[in-house]
Design a protein. Structure first.
Ligand code: AKG
Ligand code: FE2
Length: 235
């Protein structure tokens, strides 16, 4: 349970480790039905084809390897969106000062996102305006999916199946700030039904005192003891 924040003493969130090192954590029942329905309703009219960063130009462009519709919601536009950001801060312990807006995504049948990293590689300069790279991802599931649609961690042999109201959380960077290649992941194609998610990408700026860098250099590497399944006991 994450009880280290006053809010969470009153309403603890059940947290489940799916993987250790890198830690992949699921928070259960962190979005209410009301919040989910509200977020879907305000995002839907603004949906556009989802984009990715083009490393060559830094522009956001559509790509065949990411098929979905998406929209961005600001904290200032709604108390519900602001509350979701606040909850992300409470459950992760990270600062939201440099987080991106809430991204809402809908995948139809066949919708998917090929394996990728959420952090920018060294040669890209994508995140200057956010004060550093994407240190962490919180991905909320706003629907169950009848078939397909799992989030798969390709280097870890781990699949996370969408469950409406739950969220998956992981750190994309080593404590040195280097990208952690073990966090490579994908959204499997939806085979039946429709998949709704929303996510917060949290950046390095603002975390200096919360998650100080480790002075020891950690090389970008996927060479780690894998797989490291969590014993059934914890599931
Ligand atoms: O939808 C998913 O399961 C994963 C989405 C994702 O990886 C992303 O948007 O960066
Ligand atoms: Fe991703």
């Amino acid at each position: 349970m994450t009880e280290n924040h006053p809010f969470l003493r009153l309403a603890p969130v059940r947290m489940e480790y799916l993987y250790r090192n890198p830690d992949i954590i699921v928070f259960n029942d962190v979005l209410s039905d009301y919040e989910i329905d509200y977020i879907k309703r305000i995002a839907q009219p603004r949906f556009r084809r989802a984009t990715v960063h083009d490393p060559a130009t830094g522009e956001l462009v559509p790509a065949h390897y990411r098929i979905s519709k998406s929209a961005w919601l600001k904290d200032e536009e709604s108390a519900v969106v602001a509350r979701v950001s606040r909850r992300v801060a409470d459950i992760t312990g990270l600062s939201m000062t440099t987080a991106e807006e809430l991204q809402v995504v809908n995948y139809g049948i066949g919708g998917h996102y090929d394996p990728h990293f959420d952090f920018a590689r060294k040669e890209e300069n994508a995140f200057e305006k956010f004060n550093g790279n994407r240190i962490a991802t919180v991905l909320f599931y706003m629907s169950d999916v009848a078939q397909g649609g799992a989030t798969v961690f390709t280097e870890l042999g781990l699949s996370v199946f969408p469950r409406r109201g739950s969220a998956v959380f992981w750190l994309n960077l080593h404590p040195s700030g280097e990208g952690d290649l073990a966090t490579r992941h994908a959204a499997c194609p939806v085979l039946r039904g429709s998949k709704w998610v929303c996510n917060k990408w949290i950046h390095q700026g603002g975390q200096e005192l919360i998650r100080p860098c480790n002075l020891e250099y950690q090389k970008e590497s996927i060479i780690r003891p894998i797989p490291q399944p969590i014993e059934k006991f914890f599931r």
